[in-house]
Design a protein around this ligand. Structure first.
Ligand SMILES: [Zn+2]
Length: 128
């Protein structure tokens, strides 16, 4: 309920992500945010991140998407939220990304070879 209210009040100024402003103008929302943070043990986060967690119902500290990595990721801003990976190395070594890359390479390879074959057929035809 407070979440919807908060969503309605968010504007580009970012004031709804400031603890001081929320406390002074929307104490009920602020208390609801704090309740959520306490419940999920997210006290260590900066307030604007706490609001983001509250809004998006993220109950854990956000970790790097690479399954072999346990680092936390940087918070970009309250619109975009968190980065997916902690560093470029993790993007490059994520098994999912590697699989995706291979798939793209295979697709390109397939496309090229089929074009070559197609051209070959065309050339063969031209020989008649
Ligand atoms: Zn990582």
């Amino acid at each position: 309920m407070y979440k919807d209210k908060l969503n309605d009040l968010i504007d580009s100024s970012g004031k709804m992500f400031r603890e001081k402003y929320l406390k002074e103008h929307h104490i009920e929302i602020c208390e609801d945010v704090i309740k959520f943070i306490k419940l999920n043990d997210l006290d260590s986060l900066p307030f604007k991140q706490q609001v983001y967690h509250y809004l998006n119902d993220i109950k854990n500290i956000v970790k790097c998407k690479n399954p072999n990595c346990n680092n936390t990721v940087k918070f970009k801003n309250s619109t975009i939220g968190y980065y997916t990976y902690c560093c470029n190395k993790c993007i490059g070594s994520d098994p999912d990304i590697i699989k995706e890359k291979e798939l793209i390479i295979r697709k390109i390879w397939y496309k090229n070879t089929s074009t070559i074959q197609y051209n070959k057929i065309q050339n063969d035809r031209n020989e008649y």
